[in-house]
Design a protein around this ligand. Structure first.
Ligand code: FE2
Ligand code: FE2
Length: 493
């Protein structure tokens, strides 16, 4: 079924616009000044956040960056662009407009008013959901810390920093909820969000994909395409939550996420365009490293890797927790209100794949038990859109080669495929067959090294590294050669 047949049209936006108060130390639209205790607690966390940003945020020293800052949460004119020193970026707390009539749209509380406070019996689960989501936001900033040193252009450097400051703001969004609704425990969790670090052996980030190194810009674009998109879908389920402050927080975060995925989609697209151009100039050969490009086969391997580790982020296909979160109203489905069903799912079933005697077979399971899979399916369909776009670029260049999403069972560590080897085409393999071919499917150390060797910074305005095409337009109607970033070092940009 396509998204259009399963869901109705998007609901019309409602509610007034609300301005964000920038006269406060912590910009916000939640009337922080009206709650002195909360304000003091968050002002106590703020210097710790800034310390974290200084030590684990972007490593490349800059004077200022042309950044987007949220100024309203409404439908038009919500953001303002200007050159700002990054450490002076106004990270704040912004929630989408409140709807006083808001009802719960699914589960056993269907039709009841949305919760403005945390119900005691769901406190632990809600806090856990917020902490897990919150943990991913600073993790990606840490993963991308040194990328600025090898940016393919000033335009791309600016986009990296934009993504970084907004992931920092998303951490603020979650910390606000922890401080405002979960008391001392919430404040302790907020501290921990700065203490766990990506890839740290003793105190890693919670989810696997957020402990992987972002080794180079090809991986960064794959990350923003596949892993930020996982974030979009997780936020989409929390946006439906019966706990209204969480729903409104996530709704606004989704607005910012759109740009992160734009960076990924267009980033990979521009690499594919350049790769096609270099291939065509060299008789269609795949190995174009020596001509300064990234081979299509290596792009496919990076795609395979980032897609499969992002699929793991959805958790096990069957999950009692996911069903309970749904029934109790904590987490809805993607576009819950647009789904044409009863929104309780007590009688519904669906099919899913399992492995039996070395073969992938289907089995029927209760819908409520398979909500992680429901979300993952939506994600997979969305991922396919970008791949189509990239393949269009290959077709336009007159090439026969195509990129594709590997089978859902490929390279998985979570769920039904976790203890099996599955090829990108969906064939279940013995260990030896997997070992013999894995370097054709996932980036080898040598592939990563060759990509890394191409990553030489280009800091001249309007110029681009040889392995990526320039974008068709700049940011916020500025030209591509605009001075998006002023580097700190004399004589550079
Ligand atoms: Fe985010
Ligand atoms: Fe993001």
């Amino acid at each position: 079924m396509t998204a259009e047949t399963r869901t109705g049209p998007a609901p019309k936006p409602t509610g007034p616009l609300s301005k964000i108060d920038y006269s406060e130390r912590i910009p916000n639209n939640v009337n922080l000044a009206g709650d002195r205790r909360l304000q003091r607690a968050l002002e106590g966390w703020q210097p710790k956040f800034l310390d974290w940003w200084k030590t684990l945020g972007p490593a490349l020293p800059t004077k200022d960056v042309y950044l987007r800052t949220a100024i309203a949460v409404g439908r038009d004119g919500w953001a303002h662009f200007d050159h700002v020193p990054m450490e002076e970026y106004r990270w704040g707390i912004f929630l989408a407009e409140a709807n006083p009539e808001k009802k719960i749209n699914f589960g056993k509380h269907l039709g009841e008013p949305a919760w403005q406070e945390v119900p005691g019996e769901h406190r632990a689960d809600l806090m856990r959901l917020i902490v897990v989501q919150g943990d991913t936001e600073p993790a990606s900033v840490e993963q991308q810390r040194v990328l600025g040193n090898t940016a393919p252009s000033i335009y791309d450097l600016r986009n990296l920093f934009q993504v970084n400051v907004e992931e920092g703001r998303h951490l603020w969004a979650m910390v606000y909820l922890l401080h405002a609704y979960f008391g001392r425990e919430g404040r302790e969790e907020a501290e921990q969000l700065l203490k766990r670090n990506s890839g740290d052996i003793d105190s890693p980030r919670i989810l696997g994909a957020f402990n992987e190194e972002t080794t180079d810009w090809l991986q960064f674009f794959m990350f923003t395409y596949f892993t930020d998109r996982d974030g979009k879908y997780q936020l989409g389920t929390l946006k439906e939550s019966a706990f209204d402050p969480l729903a409104r927080t996530c709704e606004f975060m989704l607005k910012e996420e759109a740009h992160h995925m734009f960076v990924g989609t267009t980033g990979v697209q521009r690499i594919v365009e350049k790769t096609a151009e270099i291939m065509n100039a060299n008789g269609g050969v795949d190995d174009i490293f020596e001509h300064g490009g990234i081979p299509l086969s290596v792009i496919q391997k990076y795609l395979n890797f980032q897609y499969s580790v992002s699929m793991d982020l959805f958790g096990s296909e069957q999950s009692t927790n996911a069903g309970n979160y749904y029934s109790s109203g904590l987490k809805g489905r993607w576009q819950e209100t647009r789904r044409k069903d009863d929104h309780t799912l007590l009688e519904d079933t669906r099919t899913m794949n399992i492995i039996e005697d070395g073969k992938i077979v289907e089995k029927e399971v209760p819908m409520l038990s398979a909500l992680n899979l429901d979300l993952r399916d939506e994600y997979v369909a969305d991922c396919a859109n970008g791949v189509r776009r990239w393949n269009q670029a290959l077709e336009d260049a007159g090439l026969e080669e195509r990129l594709f999403l590997p089978h859902e069972g490929f390279n998985r560590r979570v769920g039904v495929y976790a203890n099996h080897h599955v090829s990108p085409e969906g064939e279940v393999l013995e260990d030896a067959a997997w070992e013999a071919q894995v370097n054709q499917w996932l980036p080898s150390a040598e592939d990563r090294q060759k990509v890394a060797d191409l990553m030489q910074p280009v800091y001249e305005y309007g110029e681009f590294a040889g392995w990526i095409a320039p974008p068709s337009t700049g940011i916020n109607d500025q030209p591509v050669e605009f001075d998006y970033v002023h580097l700190a070092e004399e004589g550079l940009a």
